[in-house]
Design a protein around this ligand. Sequence first.
Ligand SMILES: Cc1ncc(COP(=O)(O)O)c(C=O)c1O
Length: 233
Amino acid sequence: MSLIYTTPSRQFPTGVSLSLQRRLALIDYAARTHSWIIEDDYDSELRYGAAPLPSLQSLDGSGRLIYTGTFSKVLFPSLRLGYVVVPDALLDQFIELKHLSDDHLPLVDQATLALFLESGAFYSHIRRCRREYAARHALFLDLFARSDLPLTFEHSDGGMNVVGFLPDGSDDAAWSRRLQEEGFDVPSLSHYAIEPTRPGLVFGFTAFPADRLRAEFKRIRPILEKLAKVHRR
Ligand SMILES: Cc1ncc(COP(=O)(O)O)c(C=O)c1O
């Protein structure tokens, strides 16, 4: 028996999502090996292109799925509210665990959130975020596409960040450090990796309105061009 933790909607930071075939294979594996799966569906509300694939939880018929979500992305992280949907077989253990780990979560925040959900305002908020973020996402990718910068954006249909892959052999940590010196907080892919990985940079885009994105792109472009030249030498 084992415990599998997975983010099938969208791996952070690469943005890759698990295909339907691999979702079904994972569920089958869990059933065969009597394993539990924790599905961390932390930002599935933010999809800008095609409709998302069905969650593992909705595909699972074996009751081995523990589904978690959070309000950190669609509301704000300091709210510290999330949720977990557990199979009946684990309910008592989870209630006990919850008591052991933290008995007193902020009631006022939860009650306020409940009202926000019941009123329907939460859903219009998500629709508005999705519309605005989709526009920022498209603009961000368009700015890069119109340049001749050697960054490629491969897995980009949602979320709050996009990865620009760098030419093979680039030292992404050095790129990131140089950008930091100029005031850009753009972590490298290697920063998140346990094993050597393709070099890349992780850009956030949702916090910036269109004007700001355009202005900052103007500023970052020459820095990236210089870094790319150093790389070619
Ligand atoms: C993979 C993953 N799961 C969950 C979360 C949300 O965590 P929390 O609800 O503790 O803010 C994040 C936040 O960035 C995340 O990257």
